[in-house]
Design a protein around this ligand. Structure first.
Ligand SMILES: NC(=O)c1ccc[n+]([C@@H]2O[C@H](COP(=O)([O-])OP(=O)(O)OC[C@H]3O[C@@H](n4cnc5c(N)ncnc54)[C@H](O)[C@@H]3O)[C@@H](O)[C@H]2O)c1
Ligand SMILES: N[C@@H](CC=O)C(=O)O
Length: 473
């Protein structure tokens, strides 16, 4: 049994609760308490009671505790990384990178909380003074997915705590263990127990409804699918609840005929195959100019064929399993459907065991926009290649989706890069690079990829209200 389970209090274990399994082996790792809706409601009440004392502290006092939490996460990074690998499947090196990435949000917001400045505004009258101040939103809730079980929590909880809010988090059922370890480390750092509460539950839909309707909740931050985001948005309308929605994507990665092809291939390997393709910002459609299509596909095929698939705990694994056998089956069906409609599997990595949660990394050529492989979110290690003939066609293809999270562009012409970046209807555009996530930058989408930003100074403002104060002299 992994060392990390020792971090989880005995009281949180329950043999009839949520069964957490290792997607690489199907083995049961732990069984933990599933919170009832009434229990979660109690957690919200408790978080709300603890909030005023936390909000009354100075930003520096909160920062001191958050920095202790940051240091504790780093001191336990190997344990946390192992938990992430065992419950989510991603290779250890990637899991460690996620833990450090997640910790970076805690450090960033510990510091940024001290800069939640107000304004003194030139007045509209000689005898009046106009100013603004920032105040914490209040008691918050969050619902998070399984694909980044550490970072998707810290990038909500750190700004919430830094702003002076309390927050109750329901993690994904597949990955509650890293969330519980994060909570324990926060308590050890000095965050009052219950101010940041983790409430894993089998009752996702009912807890979601509670988060939208509980009278003490002032905000819900959700990361997950567009389907569930829409349900929550409808439920939140009744009490005009403040929302942040970080939803699904269908990222285009455009390779122009003037691109450095080796660099573009490296970009696809980063943007497509991170976490076995289970990332909201994963390149979902590789759009390649006719003039370089064959040369590019040859290089990409060589790189994908060389990927090593296996259990994430093994040192040389580059691609772990998907989150469940059902997901692997869904991804294979998408490829089969595209092939039946005329596409070709141009390359495939070896080593993915059949009938399991593993999916073979593949390059599929001859894909057209109407195929399900191109129009939906793949969430697996498959790179569909679509040809185009002009800059205008590339932009039209890229924007022809209800999603608008991330886009990638490879070109050697800086004028074209600027022009195309502006024309892409996406919240984030990476030029000549396949990685854009960072705690210093505003992460978020447009269209049906949601609204709100996480990371950077903008992420703190998601947890603060502006109060306008006017004083007559
Ligand atoms: N934009 C981003 O920052 C971002 C980041 C990571 C993942 N995602 C998206 O998340 C999705 C993958 O994650 P997933 O499969 O866990 O998504 P999901 O929407 O199925 O689940 C996300 C969370 O919502 C909960 N949930 C499920 N049904 C619910 C309901 N009716 N009411 C309330 N909560 C409910 C789940 O238990 C889980 O905790 C992908 O679409 C991916 O693009 C987006
Ligand atoms: N991968 C994203 C989160 C979405 O999956 C990130 O880089 O933060």
């Amino acid at each position: 049994m992994i060392q990390a389970i020792n971090y989880i209090e005995q009281s949180l274990r329950d043999s009839d609760g949520i069964q957490v399994t290792n997607p690489a082996t199907g083995e049961l790792i732990a069984s933990i308490r599933s919170w009832s809706v009434a229990d979660v409601s109690g957690a919200i009440d408790r978080a709300d009671r603890l909030r005023p004392a936390w909000a009354a502290m100075t930003a520096q006092e909160r920062a001191t505790i958050l920095l202790k939490w940051y240091n504790l996460i780093l001191a336990n990074e190997d344990v946390l990384a192992e938990v992430v690998t065992v419950e989510a499947g991603k290779p250890l090196a990637e899991a460690l990178a996620e833990v450090r990435y997640g910790a970076a949000y805690v450090q960033w917001y510990a510091e940024e909380g001290k800069r939640a400045y107000g304004e003194v505004i030139p007045s509209f009258a000689r005898d009046r003074r106009v100013l603004t101040l920032r105040q914490p939103v209040g008691t918050c809730t969050a619902i998070t997915p399984w694909n980044f079980p550490v970072a998707m929590i810290t990038r909500k909880v750190a700004p919430a705590l830094a702003a002076g809010c309390s927050i109750v988090v329901k993690p994904a059922e597949a990955t509650p263990l890293s969330a519980l370890v994060l909570e324990q480390l926060a308590i050890r750092a000095g965050v009052p127990e219950g101010l940041f509460a983790v409430t894993p539950s089998h009752h996702s839909a009912a807890v979601g409804q509670l988060f939208c309707t509980h009278p003490k909740v002032r905000k819900l931050s959700f990361t997950g699918s567009t389907r569930v985001g829409k349900i929550l948005m409808a439920q939140a309308a009744d009490q005009v609840l403040r929302l942040s929605l970080e939803l699904g994507g269908n990222a285009p990665l455009i390779v122009m005929d003037d691109a450095d092809l080796d660099r573009a291939v490296r970009g696809v390997m980063d943007a497509k195959f991170r976490n076995a393709g289970q990332t909201c910002v994963c390149a979902n459609r590789i759009l390649v100019h006719d003039g370089v299509h064959d040369a590019f596909v040859e290089k990409l095929a060589a790189a994908v064929s060389a990927l090593r698939v296996g259990n994430g705990l093994l040192a040389d694994t580059q691609i772990g399993p998907l989150i469940s056998p059902k997901e692997a089956q869904r991804v294979s069906q998408l490829v089969d459907d595209a092939v039946a409609r005329g596409a070709t599997v141009a390359a495939q990595a070896q080593g993915a065991p059949a009938e399991s949660a593993f999916a073979a990394p593949r390059v599929v050529t001859g894909v057209t926009p109407d195929m399900d492989l191109a129009s939906g979110e793949i969430f697996g290690p498959v790179a569909p290649v679509i040809r185009f003939a002009s800059e205008e066609e590339a932009i039209a293809l890229a924007n022809d989706t209800p999603y608008g999270l991330a886009a990638y562009l490879f070109t050697g012409d800086m004028g074209r890069a600027w022009r195309m970046m502006e024309a892409l209807e996406y919240g984030m555009v990476a030029i000549n690079d396949g990685r854009l996530s960072s705690e210093v930058a505003p992460f978020g989408g447009v269209k049906q990829s949601g609204f709100g930003r996480e990371g950077s100074a903008h992420g703190l403002m998601e947890y603060m209200e502006i109060k306008y104060a006017m004083m007559g002299l």
